[in-house]
Unconditional design. Sequence first.
Length: 289
Amino acid sequence: MRPSLRKLGLGASQFPTGAPLRGRPPEAEVRDMLIASARADLGFIDAGGASPLCETMLGEHLPRPVPMGVLIRSVRGDRGPDGVEAEVRATLTRLRLPKARAVVVQSASDLFAPSGQSLWDRLKKLRDEGLFDQVGVCAYASDDPVGLSRRFKPDLLQAPASLLDQRLLLDGSLMAVREMGIEVHLRSIFLNGLLFLPPDRVPAQLKGAAGRLSRARRMIAEGRSDPLQAALGFALSRPEADAVIVGSATVAELSAVIAAAASPPPDLDWDEMAIDDPVALDPRRWEAA
């Protein structure tokens, strides 16, 4: 197995939990994705975006002994330290795990809320007691990941970076974080699927990025690659990244990701594919634009 696959983490936020897919119950899809992840020797499952129902399914279908790490999320600190701890323990119960590899605060803004310090202190206490190995935080480019890391000293930091969104790579932020001894996970490497959309399906509010998107797709095609292989090749080859998180909704999608990640990265001019349109780089603004 190529070493790059150990850098891959499978995000569970897109796992199916509702109606059958192509006639298959969601439990079967989840089970097969977990089996495929174990066979490919992926590094971890990020259950941070999973619903309680999905966590229960994961607990039922994770291979035993669990061959990979599992990341979980923390609820907002305004529930109080006891509420935070209760939900963390409930998550582990649903996952049928005695401990997790890491717990991740889902938004840096949670740490700057009035309850932020007590949230952080409780999670570190639970880490020291052995409930998980690491305490981490998700950050956006606007959160100043370097300053955030200096202040809170997390064990890991998750941040968006992709061949389209290279801001935290080009300005050196993620390398600076990694040089502090903090594990760096790249997320949103597909930028909500923007690179995969044909030109006639790009949302109207993203017109400012249309030219750069068309150019990136053309360069990928001319390099005899495809958007999936290019996106994964870029992310997995970054020296800043200890891990790369990908999401899949079906075992077919996951199989395509694994195959693309196991292939040699294409020889492309990555720097020329970066875009700078502020709306395109922040999917939270797509609907508001």
